[in-house]
Design a binder for this molecule. Structure first.
Ligand SMILES: NC(=O)c1ccc[n+]([C@@H]2O[C@H](COP(=O)([O-])OP(=O)(O)OC[C@H]3O[C@@H](n4cnc5c(N)ncnc54)[C@H](O)[C@@H]3O)[C@@H](O)[C@H]2O)c1
Length: 307
């Protein structure tokens, strides 16, 4: 049984992954800065360590007897990293390089890292975009992700620390909070629930590859179990949806009319991104199972259940 330390396991993706790893027979301990393990994680066998990943002492203790490290902490979001790229480098990049050094010292076998399939390619020449296509990150968040990807390769080549990079598309679902500036699906659904108009940045034609959280987690587990010879994978649904199509699906699922507002698009944005997922499918046989309409319905019901 592999012992997994899940950094950021109290978050949106990490918490779903923690539960699925246990179901798949892994031993899991969450490491997160929040006071306690989140109450909606029901499996008692999941351990919890409160700590700051930027604090070397906290990590040294947590890394004892760990086979796999899942590094699902990002200290910044795309918005703040744009305002403060130095802070992004200092916390995410330097923090991660320290983590890699500590993993080597602690004898960790493998590190799994979620990169950003939605941003590292920049504006792709062709879609769907493949892992072998050029990366042209423009956003500081994307540059940090790419820099970390390169350090992962470097630590593997130099120190033998194995790794897996997952370039995630746009995940959505239960536990993705609707209050920040990331996660257009819960943000729109929450606005609709409160009787507000969702705000579309741009003209509604931006295309993204949305993947429901359980599909993303299943794909992640399939890749970990299969141990494929490649170390870099796109993880998405492989299909694209424009913002207008997204709102159309929401209107259908919820049986409401939606009257959006329009605002200027952000200074940096990618107009169209869809991930080519054939590499992942080739090694795992995985297919997305939850259609957008179904995932939207589930996410809405979860939002309604929030206290
Ligand atoms: N959500 C997305 O759309 C998306 C897409 C692609 C990649 N990713 C990546 O996946 C990872 C997880 O994303 P998420 O959406 O689940 O994030 P999240 O914000 O929901 O969870 C992050 C967790 O990290 C913890 N954390 C933050 N700083 C910490 C620190 N210094 N020490 C200890 N814990 C700390 C937080 O308490 C939180 O529980 C991130 O690396 C993110 O960049 C996310």
């Amino acid at each position: 049984m592999k012992r997994c330390l899940l950094l950021g396991g109290n978050g949106f993706i990490g918490s779903h992954l923690a539960e699925a790893l246990v179901v798949s027979g892994f031993e899991v301990t969450i490491f997160d800065s929040r006071e306690q393990k989140r109450p909606d994680i029901r499996q008692e066998s999941i351990g919890y360590i409160k700590g700051d990943f930027l604090n070397e002492n906290d990590l040294t203790h947590a890394l004892d007897d760990t086979d796999y490290v899942f590094h699902f902490i990002s200290t910044t979001l795309p918005g703040p990293s744009l305002e403060s790229p130095v802070c992004d480098i200092e916390s995410n990049v330097i923090g991660t390089v320290r983590l890699l050094q500590q993993c080597c010292k602690a004898g960790v076998e493998k590190i799994i890292f979620p990169s950003s399939g939605g941003t590292v390619y920049g504006e792709p020449d062709t879609i769907p975009v493949r892992e072998t296509d050029p990366v042209r990150p423009v956003h500081p968040y994307a540059i940090s992700k790419m820099t970390i990807e390169m350090y992962l390769r470097s630590f593997y080549e130099i120190h033998g620390l194995d790794y897996l990079v997952l370039r995630y598309a746009n995940p959505y679902g239960e536990r993705q909070m609707p209050f920040g500036n990331q996660g257009v699906i819960p943000i729109f659904l929450y606005a609709i629930m409160e009787g507000r108009s969702p705000v579309i940045y741009g003209d509604g034609s931006m295309v993204r590859d949305y993947i429901y959280i359980s599909d993303l987690v299943d794909a992640t587990i399939a890749l970990i179990k299969k141990r494929p010879p490649e170390r870099l994978f796109n993880v998405g649904s492989g299909s694209g949806t424009s913002v207008h199509e997204l709102l159309g699906t929401m209107a259908e699922v919820l049986g409401v009319e939606i009257d959006p507002l329009y605002a200027d698009p952000p200074g940096i944005y990618i107009s169209r991104i869809i991930l080519d997922i054939s590499r992942m499918q080739h090694y795992t046989g995985w297919k997305p199972r939850v259609r957008l309409a179904e995932g939207i319905g589930r996410t809405y019901r979860w939002l309604e259940s929030l206290p």
